[in-house]
Design a protein around this ligand. Structure first.
Ligand code: RRO
Length: 310
């Protein structure tokens, strides 16, 4: 069974890697992902200056997944750029840098600085952080997203990607796809970020479970799988020539298979990685290979995007 993926001009040893935000804030975590069975590495969304993030508790595990309002805790762009300068690109696992500037100008400064560094690292610009109080998710504002992508094109000369929030209406899929299709160097979209501003309630204490935003936070895990699959499949159909990275609800080979069937080129693991650690990559890859063997598929190309309709 061949789990390798041709993407962005190279061949990755597999299709799985971490979702930005999970196991990627510290260099030791990034290296633990790189040296695991993951096929690529992405860093925690960076802001221009380091941030402590929101007050704790800011992450809560439930039987069905997770809720978080981390609030963009990160070491600042320079830390992740320094990691990118020292990264072992020869390991065959692409390095993605997630960028989530507090302003458009901050994103442009980070993109220009990364461009000037001349590294093979690829930016994934986060248009969908749901957890900074007072800051709406960029991807829900089509005018601001249009302006941002036009500016990214001028600041960054290479291929790049964006991390999208989940959409819930065909009109929004179509409107966003029209915007994204105007940018040929936008090579991939990652669908989806957490479902923003959910509320998990604890019955015993009659309380919210995380402190920021009076308990509102982004949902991950089982809660989001069907929404993630809808976003992957719809953008796969609407964005010819671009790649879709599936993210949402992957905890075994089965969900990874579903994402690829819906059209995903690569698959990120978030909540499950948070709960299980980087050993999750080898387990999920083995389960995916076993499922493919049982179905008679020898490569991911054999079934990517081939989801049947009735
Ligand atoms: O740090 C966070 O609170 C966070 C971010 Br930037 C994001 O994009 N998605 C998320 O669920 N949490």
């Amino acid at each position: 069974i061949d789990l390798s993926v041709s993407w962005l001009g190279q061949t990755m040893p597999g299709c799985l890697y971490n979702a930005s935000g999970v196991w990627c804030r510290e260099e030791a975590e990034l290296e633990a992902v790189r040296t695991s069975a993951a096929a690529a590495v992405i860093s925690k969304s960076a802001t221009l200056s380091a941030r402590e993030g929101n007050p704790e508790p800011r992450y809560h595990r439930t039987a069905l997944g997770s809720i978080n309002s981390m609030g963009l805790p990160n070491h600042g762009f320079a830390y992740y750029l320094d990691y990118a300068r020292r990264y072992d690109y020869g390991c065959g696992k692409p390095l993605f840098l997630s960028l989530s500037g507090m302003t458009l100008d901050d994103n442009l400064i980070m993109l220009r600085t990364l461009a000037a560094a001349g590294l093979p690292a690829i930016p994934e610009v986060n248009l969908s952080c749901p957890n900074v109080p007072g800051k709406p998710q960029l991807g829900y504002d089509f005018v601001t997203t249009t302006e941002a992508l036009n500016a990214f094109d001028r600041a960054w000369p290479g291929r790049y990607g964006v991390k999208l929030p989940p959409y819930f209406d065909p009109a929004h899929f179509a409107a966003m796809a029209d915007i994204l299709n105007r940018h040929p160097r936008l090579a991939f979209v990652t669908c989806i970020n957490s479902i923003g501003n959910g509320l998990v309630v604890d019955v015993d204490s009659e309380s919210v479970t995380i402190k920021p935003k009076d308990g509102l936070g982004g949902l991950g895990g089982d809660y989001v799988l069907p929404t993630a699959l809808a976003n992957v499949r719809e953008f796969y159909r609407l964005l010819p020539g671009k790649d879709i990275v599936g993210c949402g609800g992957v905890k075994s080979g089965k969900e990874a298979f579903m994402h690829i069937l819906a059209g995903a080129r690569a698959v990120q693991v978030g909540t499950c990685l948070h709960h299980e650690g980087p050993a999750a990559f080898a387990r999920i890859a083995a389960e995916l290979a076993a499922l493919m063997l049982a179905k008679g598929y020898r490569s991911l190309e054999a079934f990517r995007g081939k989801l049947r309709t009735l």
